[in-house]
Design a protein around this ligand. Sequence first.
Ligand SMILES: *Cc1c(COP(=O)(O)O)cnc(C)c1O
Length: 410
Amino acid sequence: MELAQQYGTPLYVMSEDEIRRVCRSYAGSFQEFYGGHGRPIYASKAFCCKEICRIVASEGLDIEVVSGGELYTALEAGVPGENIHFQGNNKTLQELQFALDSNVGDIVVDNLSELHALDRLAGTSNKTAKISLRIKPGIDAHTHEFIRTGQIDSKFGLDLASGEAFAAAKESRDLQNVKLIGLHCHIGSQIMEKEPFIHAAEVMLELYCQVTEEVGQELEHINLGGGFGIHYTEKDDFIPYNAYMEAVSQKLHALCKEKGIRLPKIFIEPGRSVVGEAGITLYTVGNIKKIPQVRNYVSIDGGMFENPRYALYQSDYTCLIANKANQPANYVATIAGKCCESGDLIQEHTNIQSPEEGDILAVLSTGAYNYSMASNYNRNLRPACVMVHKGESRVIIKGETYQDLLRNDV
Ligand SMILES: *Cc1c(COP(=O)(O)O)cnc(C)c1O
Protein backbone atom coordinates (compact mmCIF):
# COMPACT_ATOMS: atom_id res chain seq x y z
CA MET A 1 0.00 0.00 0.00
CA GLU A 2 2.86 2.35 0.85
CA LEU A 3 4.60 1.65 -2.42
CA ALA A 4 1.40 2.20 -4.41
CA GLN A 5 0.96 5.52 -2.66
CA GLN A 6 4.57 6.60 -3.04
CA TYR A 7 5.13 5.60 -6.68
CA GLY A 8 1.62 5.34 -8.12
CA THR A 9 0.16 2.43 -10.07
CA PRO A 10 0.56 0.31 -12.08
CA LEU A 11 3.86 -0.58 -10.48
CA TYR A 12 6.22 -3.52 -10.76
CA VAL A 13 7.77 -4.39 -7.40
CA MET A 14 10.77 -6.70 -7.08
CA SER A 15 12.42 -8.12 -3.97
CA GLU A 16 16.20 -8.07 -4.02
CA ASP A 17 16.43 -10.53 -1.13
CA GLU A 18 14.29 -13.06 -2.96
CA ILE A 19 16.37 -12.79 -6.16
CA ARG A 20 19.57 -13.21 -4.15
CA ARG A 21 18.10 -16.11 -2.18
CA VAL A 22 17.29 -18.03 -5.36
CA CYS A 23 20.70 -17.26 -6.91
CA ARG A 24 22.42 -18.53 -3.77
CA SER A 25 20.33 -21.65 -3.68
CA TYR A 26 21.34 -22.45 -7.30
CA ALA A 27 24.98 -21.62 -6.65
CA GLY A 28 24.87 -23.67 -3.44
CA SER A 29 23.48 -26.71 -5.19
CA PHE A 30 26.33 -26.53 -7.73
CA GLN A 31 28.74 -26.73 -4.83
CA GLU A 32 26.81 -29.56 -3.27
CA PHE A 33 26.12 -31.72 -6.29
CA TYR A 34 28.93 -30.91 -8.72
CA GLY A 35 31.67 -29.72 -6.38
CA GLY A 36 31.48 -26.34 -8.10
CA HIS A 37 32.25 -27.93 -11.48
CA GLY A 38 29.88 -25.77 -13.51
CA ARG A 39 27.53 -22.92 -12.67
CA PRO A 40 24.12 -21.42 -13.05
CA ILE A 41 23.46 -18.90 -15.82
CA TYR A 42 20.63 -16.37 -15.54
CA ALA A 43 18.43 -16.42 -18.67
CA SER A 44 17.97 -12.67 -18.73
CA LYS A 45 14.97 -12.64 -21.02
CA ALA A 46 12.84 -13.35 -17.93
CA PHE A 47 13.60 -9.81 -16.73
CA CYS A 48 16.37 -7.93 -18.46
CA CYS A 49 17.49 -4.59 -17.06
CA LYS A 50 20.77 -3.29 -15.75
CA GLU A 51 20.07 -3.60 -12.04
CA ILE A 52 18.85 -7.18 -12.22
CA CYS A 53 21.88 -8.16 -14.34
CA ARG A 54 24.11 -6.50 -11.72
CA ILE A 55 22.44 -8.30 -8.80
CA VAL A 56 22.50 -11.69 -10.46
CA ALA A 57 26.10 -11.29 -11.67
CA SER A 58 27.18 -10.23 -8.17
CA GLU A 59 25.92 -13.63 -6.96
CA GLY A 60 28.30 -15.34 -9.38
CA LEU A 61 25.84 -16.28 -12.12
CA ASP A 62 26.69 -15.91 -15.80
CA ILE A 63 24.17 -14.15 -18.04
CA GLU A 64 22.40 -15.60 -21.04
CA VAL A 65 21.14 -13.23 -23.73
CA VAL A 66 19.09 -13.82 -26.86
CA SER A 67 19.41 -10.56 -28.73
CA GLY A 68 21.73 -7.65 -29.33
CA GLY A 69 19.57 -5.60 -26.96
CA GLU A 70 19.94 -8.04 -24.09
CA LEU A 71 23.67 -8.32 -24.82
CA TYR A 72 23.99 -4.54 -24.74
CA THR A 73 22.12 -4.39 -21.42
CA ALA A 74 24.32 -7.04 -19.80
CA LEU A 75 27.51 -5.36 -21.03
CA GLU A 76 26.30 -1.95 -19.84
CA ALA A 77 25.55 -3.54 -16.45
CA GLY A 78 29.24 -4.39 -16.29
CA VAL A 79 29.04 -8.12 -17.06
CA PRO A 80 32.22 -9.18 -18.88
CA GLY A 81 31.68 -10.69 -22.35
CA GLU A 82 33.47 -13.81 -21.17
CA ASN A 83 30.58 -14.50 -18.76
CA ILE A 84 27.87 -14.06 -21.38
CA HIS A 85 26.18 -16.84 -23.33
CA PHE A 86 24.48 -15.77 -26.55
CA GLN A 87 21.44 -17.78 -27.65
CA GLY A 88 18.88 -17.29 -30.37
CA ASN A 89 17.44 -19.17 -33.29
CA ASN A 90 18.02 -16.46 -35.88
CA LYS A 91 20.73 -14.09 -34.74
CA THR A 92 21.44 -11.45 -37.32
CA LEU A 93 24.91 -10.96 -38.77
CA GLN A 94 25.07 -7.68 -36.90
CA GLU A 95 24.27 -9.44 -33.62
CA LEU A 96 26.91 -12.09 -34.28
CA GLN A 97 29.45 -9.37 -35.01
CA PHE A 98 28.46 -7.56 -31.82
CA ALA A 99 29.02 -10.81 -29.88
CA LEU A 100 32.47 -11.24 -31.46
CA ASP A 101 33.42 -7.63 -30.78
CA SER A 102 32.32 -8.03 -27.15
CA ASN A 103 34.31 -11.26 -26.72
CA VAL A 104 31.23 -13.21 -25.71
CA GLY A 105 32.49 -16.40 -24.05
CA ASP A 106 29.95 -18.80 -25.48
CA ILE A 107 27.94 -18.25 -28.66
CA VAL A 108 25.27 -20.95 -28.81
CA VAL A 109 24.93 -21.81 -32.49
CA ASP A 110 21.43 -22.79 -33.53
CA ASN A 111 21.87 -24.03 -37.09
CA LEU A 112 24.38 -24.76 -39.85
CA SER A 113 23.85 -21.54 -41.69
CA GLU A 114 24.68 -19.61 -38.52
CA LEU A 115 27.72 -21.81 -37.97
CA HIS A 116 29.10 -20.84 -41.37
CA ALA A 117 28.24 -17.17 -41.02
CA LEU A 118 29.94 -17.02 -37.63
CA ASP A 119 33.04 -18.75 -38.96
CA ARG A 120 33.29 -16.18 -41.78
CA LEU A 121 32.74 -13.20 -39.46
CA ALA A 122 35.23 -14.51 -36.90
CA GLY A 123 37.78 -15.03 -39.68
CA THR A 124 37.40 -11.44 -40.87
CA SER A 125 37.72 -10.20 -37.28
CA ASN A 126 40.78 -12.38 -36.64
CA LYS A 127 39.05 -14.10 -33.76
CA THR A 128 38.23 -17.62 -32.72
CA ALA A 129 34.59 -17.82 -31.64
CA LYS A 130 33.93 -20.15 -28.72
CA ILE A 131 30.69 -21.92 -29.52
CA SER A 132 28.19 -24.43 -28.21
CA LEU A 133 25.60 -26.20 -30.28
CA ARG A 134 21.89 -25.92 -29.49
CA ILE A 135 20.52 -29.45 -29.61
CA LYS A 136 16.91 -30.53 -29.96
CA PRO A 137 17.01 -33.62 -27.79
CA GLY A 138 13.54 -34.85 -28.82
CA ILE A 139 12.04 -34.57 -25.37
CA ASP A 140 8.46 -33.62 -24.80
CA ALA A 141 8.18 -31.72 -21.53
CA HIS A 142 4.64 -31.53 -20.22
CA THR A 143 4.01 -27.84 -20.37
CA HIS A 144 2.08 -25.35 -22.51
CA GLU A 145 2.75 -25.95 -26.22
CA PHE A 146 3.95 -22.38 -26.79
CA ILE A 147 6.71 -22.77 -24.19
CA ARG A 148 7.77 -26.31 -25.11
CA THR A 149 11.03 -26.29 -27.03
CA GLY A 150 12.79 -29.65 -26.92
CA GLN A 151 10.62 -31.68 -29.28
CA ILE A 152 11.43 -32.40 -32.94
CA ASP A 153 8.84 -29.94 -34.25
CA SER A 154 10.56 -26.88 -32.82
CA LYS A 155 12.14 -23.85 -34.43
CA PHE A 156 15.07 -24.08 -32.02
CA GLY A 157 18.27 -26.00 -32.56
CA LEU A 158 19.81 -28.91 -34.37
CA ASP A 159 17.99 -32.18 -34.61
CA LEU A 160 19.55 -35.10 -32.82
CA ALA A 161 17.65 -38.06 -34.28
CA SER A 162 18.45 -37.31 -37.93
CA GLY A 163 22.15 -36.86 -37.23
CA GLU A 164 22.04 -33.12 -37.95
CA ALA A 165 23.48 -32.27 -34.52
CA PHE A 166 26.33 -34.73 -34.87
CA ALA A 167 27.12 -33.46 -38.38
CA ALA A 168 27.28 -29.89 -37.06
CA ALA A 169 29.80 -30.98 -34.42
CA LYS A 170 31.94 -32.56 -37.14
CA GLU A 171 31.71 -29.48 -39.29
CA SER A 172 32.65 -27.11 -36.51
CA ARG A 173 35.76 -29.21 -35.87
CA ASP A 174 36.83 -28.58 -39.47
CA LEU A 175 36.16 -24.83 -39.49
CA GLN A 176 39.12 -22.54 -38.83
CA ASN A 177 37.56 -19.75 -36.79
CA VAL A 178 35.23 -21.46 -34.35
CA LYS A 179 36.03 -23.66 -31.37
CA LEU A 180 33.33 -26.01 -30.16
CA ILE A 181 33.34 -26.04 -26.36
CA GLY A 182 29.91 -27.31 -25.40
CA LEU A 183 26.48 -28.69 -26.08
CA HIS A 184 23.26 -27.02 -25.07
CA CYS A 185 19.60 -27.93 -24.77
CA HIS A 186 16.55 -26.27 -23.27
CA ILE A 187 13.42 -28.37 -23.20
CA GLY A 188 10.75 -25.89 -22.17
CA SER A 189 9.50 -23.69 -19.39
CA GLN A 190 7.42 -23.91 -16.20
CA ILE A 191 8.22 -27.64 -15.97
CA MET A 192 7.07 -29.23 -12.73
CA GLU A 193 8.57 -32.71 -13.05
CA LYS A 194 12.08 -34.06 -12.60
CA GLU A 195 11.89 -36.75 -15.28
CA PRO A 196 12.22 -34.58 -18.42
CA PHE A 197 15.39 -32.98 -16.98
CA ILE A 198 16.89 -36.36 -16.11
CA HIS A 199 16.05 -37.66 -19.57
CA ALA A 200 17.58 -34.59 -21.22
CA ALA A 201 20.77 -34.99 -19.17
CA GLU A 202 21.03 -38.60 -20.30
CA VAL A 203 20.56 -37.77 -23.97
CA MET A 204 23.03 -34.89 -23.82
CA LEU A 205 25.72 -36.93 -22.08
CA GLU A 206 25.34 -39.61 -24.74
CA LEU A 207 25.93 -37.00 -27.47
CA TYR A 208 28.81 -35.52 -25.50
CA CYS A 209 30.53 -38.92 -25.49
CA GLN A 210 29.80 -39.49 -29.16
CA VAL A 211 31.27 -36.12 -30.12
CA THR A 212 34.32 -36.65 -27.93
CA GLU A 213 35.02 -40.13 -29.29
CA GLU A 214 33.90 -40.03 -32.89
CA VAL A 215 34.59 -36.42 -33.78
CA GLY A 216 37.68 -36.27 -31.61
CA GLN A 217 36.62 -32.92 -30.23
CA GLU A 218 37.28 -32.28 -26.54
CA LEU A 219 34.30 -30.45 -25.06
CA GLU A 220 34.17 -28.48 -21.84
CA HIS A 221 30.53 -28.33 -20.87
CA ILE A 222 26.96 -29.44 -21.20
CA ASN A 223 24.31 -26.77 -20.70
CA LEU A 224 21.01 -28.32 -19.65
CA GLY A 225 18.96 -25.13 -20.05
CA GLY A 226 16.31 -23.69 -17.76
CA GLY A 227 12.62 -24.28 -17.37
CA PHE A 228 12.20 -24.82 -13.64
CA GLY A 229 8.62 -24.18 -12.60
CA ILE A 230 7.50 -21.66 -10.00
CA HIS A 231 4.43 -21.01 -7.86
CA TYR A 232 1.79 -18.93 -9.56
CA THR A 233 -1.12 -20.36 -7.58
CA GLU A 234 -1.66 -22.98 -4.90
CA LYS A 235 -2.20 -25.52 -7.68
CA ASP A 236 1.45 -25.39 -8.69
CA ASP A 237 3.12 -28.37 -7.05
CA PHE A 238 6.26 -27.40 -5.30
CA ILE A 239 9.48 -29.23 -6.19
CA PRO A 240 12.51 -27.68 -4.51
CA TYR A 241 15.22 -26.81 -7.05
CA ASN A 242 17.66 -28.89 -5.07
CA ALA A 243 15.60 -31.95 -5.87
CA TYR A 244 16.03 -31.42 -9.64
CA MET A 245 19.68 -30.71 -9.18
CA GLU A 246 20.28 -33.75 -7.04
CA ALA A 247 18.42 -36.13 -9.35
CA VAL A 248 20.18 -34.85 -12.47
CA SER A 249 23.57 -34.89 -10.77
CA GLN A 250 23.09 -38.48 -9.60
CA LYS A 251 22.16 -39.55 -13.11
CA LEU A 252 25.15 -37.79 -14.67
CA HIS A 253 27.63 -39.09 -12.11
CA ALA A 254 26.34 -42.64 -12.59
CA LEU A 255 26.57 -42.41 -16.38
CA CYS A 256 30.08 -40.95 -16.29
CA LYS A 257 31.23 -43.72 -13.99
CA GLU A 258 29.70 -46.32 -16.28
CA LYS A 259 31.50 -44.82 -19.29
CA GLY A 260 34.72 -44.19 -17.42
CA ILE A 261 34.86 -40.48 -18.26
CA ARG A 262 35.25 -37.30 -16.23
CA LEU A 263 32.07 -35.37 -15.64
CA PRO A 264 31.93 -32.35 -17.98
CA LYS A 265 31.19 -28.93 -16.53
CA ILE A 266 27.44 -28.59 -16.10
CA PHE A 267 25.55 -25.36 -16.70
CA ILE A 268 21.89 -24.69 -16.09
CA GLU A 269 20.04 -21.64 -17.28
CA PRO A 270 17.11 -20.64 -15.08
CA GLY A 271 15.18 -17.49 -15.90
CA ARG A 272 11.64 -17.61 -14.56
CA SER A 273 12.63 -19.20 -11.27
CA VAL A 274 15.27 -16.55 -10.50
CA VAL A 275 12.92 -13.58 -10.68
CA GLY A 276 9.35 -14.89 -10.99
CA GLU A 277 8.33 -15.16 -7.36
CA ALA A 278 10.38 -12.07 -6.48
CA GLY A 279 7.89 -9.83 -8.28
CA ILE A 280 4.40 -8.49 -7.70
CA THR A 281 2.45 -5.93 -9.68
CA LEU A 282 0.24 -3.31 -8.03
CA TYR A 283 -2.81 -1.76 -9.66
CA THR A 284 -5.64 0.58 -8.74
CA VAL A 285 -9.11 -0.87 -9.19
CA GLY A 286 -11.30 1.17 -11.53
CA ASN A 287 -14.85 0.43 -12.61
CA ILE A 288 -16.55 -2.84 -11.74
CA LYS A 289 -19.07 -4.35 -14.17
CA LYS A 290 -21.33 -7.02 -12.73
CA ILE A 291 -22.98 -9.01 -15.48
CA PRO A 292 -25.56 -11.22 -13.72
CA GLN A 293 -25.11 -14.94 -14.34
CA VAL A 294 -22.05 -14.19 -16.47
CA ARG A 295 -19.14 -12.63 -14.61
CA ASN A 296 -17.84 -9.63 -12.71
CA TYR A 297 -15.32 -7.53 -14.59
CA VAL A 298 -12.95 -5.74 -12.24
CA SER A 299 -11.00 -3.17 -14.26
CA ILE A 300 -7.45 -2.16 -13.43
CA ASP A 301 -5.12 0.57 -14.65
CA GLY A 302 -2.80 -2.01 -16.27
CA GLY A 303 -3.38 -4.89 -18.65
CA MET A 304 -1.82 -6.84 -21.48
CA PHE A 305 0.59 -3.99 -22.25
CA GLU A 306 2.42 -4.63 -18.98
CA ASN A 307 1.50 -8.31 -18.48
CA PRO A 308 0.49 -10.13 -21.67
CA ARG A 309 0.87 -13.63 -20.22
CA TYR A 310 -2.80 -14.43 -19.68
CA ALA A 311 -3.67 -13.19 -23.16
CA LEU A 312 -0.80 -15.23 -24.59
CA TYR A 313 -1.10 -18.51 -22.70
CA GLN A 314 -3.88 -18.29 -20.13
CA SER A 315 -1.32 -18.20 -17.34
CA ASP A 316 -2.56 -18.62 -13.80
CA TYR A 317 -2.00 -15.92 -11.22
CA THR A 318 -2.94 -15.29 -7.63
CA CYS A 319 -4.65 -11.92 -7.18
CA LEU A 320 -5.66 -10.15 -4.01
CA ILE A 321 -6.88 -6.78 -2.80
CA ALA A 322 -3.86 -5.49 -0.90
CA ASN A 323 -5.78 -3.22 1.44
CA LYS A 324 -8.14 -6.08 2.37
CA ALA A 325 -5.67 -8.93 2.32
CA ASN A 326 -6.87 -10.32 5.65
CA GLN A 327 -10.52 -10.51 4.53
CA PRO A 328 -11.96 -13.66 2.98
CA ALA A 329 -11.43 -13.97 -0.77
CA ASN A 330 -14.96 -14.95 -1.72
CA TYR A 331 -15.63 -12.63 -4.64
CA VAL A 332 -15.21 -14.21 -8.08
CA ALA A 333 -13.64 -11.70 -10.44
CA THR A 334 -12.37 -11.40 -13.96
CA ILE A 335 -9.52 -8.91 -13.88
CA ALA A 336 -9.70 -6.77 -17.01
CA GLY A 337 -7.02 -4.47 -18.40
CA LYS A 338 -7.56 -1.12 -20.13
CA CYS A 339 -6.51 -2.10 -23.66
CA CYS A 340 -8.91 -2.24 -26.58
CA GLU A 341 -9.04 -6.03 -26.76
CA SER A 342 -11.63 -8.33 -25.21
CA GLY A 343 -8.80 -10.75 -24.53
CA ASP A 344 -7.00 -8.16 -22.42
CA LEU A 345 -7.47 -10.00 -19.15
CA ILE A 346 -5.07 -10.75 -16.31
CA GLN A 347 -7.14 -13.57 -14.85
CA GLU A 348 -10.64 -15.00 -15.19
CA HIS A 349 -12.94 -16.31 -12.46
CA THR A 350 -10.39 -15.82 -9.74
CA ASN A 351 -11.17 -15.38 -6.05
CA ILE A 352 -10.37 -12.01 -4.51
CA GLN A 353 -11.62 -9.95 -1.58
CA SER A 354 -14.71 -7.89 -2.27
CA PRO A 355 -13.43 -5.07 -4.54
CA GLU A 356 -14.30 -1.38 -4.63
CA GLU A 357 -13.11 1.39 -6.90
CA GLY A 358 -9.83 2.78 -5.59
CA ASP A 359 -8.66 -0.47 -3.96
CA ILE A 360 -5.14 -1.68 -4.66
CA LEU A 361 -5.03 -4.99 -6.49
CA ALA A 362 -1.84 -7.05 -6.21
CA VAL A 363 -0.96 -9.80 -8.66
CA LEU A 364 1.67 -12.19 -7.33
CA SER A 365 4.62 -13.90 -9.03
CA THR A 366 4.91 -11.38 -11.85
CA GLY A 367 8.70 -11.01 -11.77
CA ALA A 368 9.32 -13.08 -14.90
CA TYR A 369 8.10 -12.41 -18.44
CA ASN A 370 6.01 -9.38 -17.45
CA TYR A 371 8.21 -6.30 -17.77
CA SER A 372 10.26 -8.13 -20.39
CA MET A 373 7.17 -8.77 -22.52
CA ALA A 374 5.60 -5.35 -21.98
CA SER A 375 4.70 -3.10 -24.89
CA ASN A 376 3.23 0.32 -25.55
CA TYR A 377 0.03 -1.09 -27.03
CA ASN A 378 -2.62 1.64 -27.19
CA ARG A 379 0.26 3.95 -26.33
CA ASN A 380 0.06 2.93 -22.73
CA LEU A 381 3.14 3.69 -20.68
CA ARG A 382 5.35 0.94 -19.37
CA PRO A 383 5.18 1.22 -15.56
CA ALA A 384 8.11 1.89 -13.26
CA CYS A 385 9.82 -0.92 -11.41
CA VAL A 386 10.96 -0.54 -7.83
CA MET A 387 13.32 -2.84 -5.96
CA VAL A 388 12.70 -3.41 -2.29
CA HIS A 389 15.49 -4.38 0.06
CA LYS A 390 15.61 -4.39 3.86
CA GLY A 391 12.55 -2.20 4.20
CA GLU A 392 13.76 0.38 1.66
CA SER A 393 12.67 0.87 -1.93
CA ARG A 394 14.40 2.35 -4.95
CA VAL A 395 13.42 2.85 -8.57
CA ILE A 396 15.38 0.52 -10.88
CA ILE A 397 13.42 1.34 -14.03
CA LYS A 398 11.67 4.67 -14.40
CA GLY A 399 8.09 4.72 -15.57
CA GLU A 400 7.70 5.93 -19.14
CA THR A 401 6.38 9.37 -19.99
CA TYR A 402 4.35 10.59 -22.95
CA GLN A 403 7.55 12.15 -24.27
CA ASP A 404 9.20 8.70 -24.27
CA LEU A 405 6.42 7.53 -26.57
CA LEU A 406 7.31 10.15 -29.13
CA ARG A 407 11.08 9.75 -28.88
CA ASN A 408 11.36 8.03 -32.22
CA ASP A 409 8.36 9.55 -33.95
CA VAL A 410 9.34 11.73 -36.87
C1 LIG B 1 13.92 -19.05 -22.00
C2 LIG B 1 15.16 -19.82 -21.92
C3 LIG B 1 15.69 -20.20 -20.68
C4 LIG B 1 14.99 -19.88 -19.37
O1 LIG B 1 13.81 -20.56 -19.22
P1 LIG B 1 12.96 -20.41 -17.85
O2 LIG B 1 11.78 -21.24 -18.08
O3 LIG B 1 12.65 -18.98 -17.71
O4 LIG B 1 13.84 -20.92 -16.76
C5 LIG B 1 16.88 -20.86 -20.66
N1 LIG B 1 17.52 -21.16 -21.81
C6 LIG B 1 17.04 -20.83 -23.01
C7 LIG B 1 17.78 -21.19 -24.22
C8 LIG B 1 15.84 -20.16 -23.11
O5 LIG B 1 15.37 -19.84 -24.32
